[in-house]
Design a protein around this ligand. Sequence first.
Ligand SMILES: [Zn+2]
Length: 84
Amino acid sequence: MTGELFVIEDWWYPEQQTPGSTSLARYRCPACGYERLICSPTHRIDKGGTVTPSAVCAFPGCTFHKYIVLKGWPTPPMVDEDGS
Ligand SMILES: [Zn+2]
């Protein structure tokens, strides 16, 4: 079985931690735009940016439910790299 990965480009690091869990990343649902938070230990993100288990959008009426991969993880795509 080959799981299809939905590539998430619109994600960033959370600015603060959620009590009782560890916030790993935030992303915007590609279907509805609702902001979602990826927390440990509910979710984990491997070195390639793949999030497990699958991501479910909690926005009422949104049916987005896929395995996602964060493009560019661990470096958010919108961060300018300071050249050395
Ligand atoms: Zn959604």
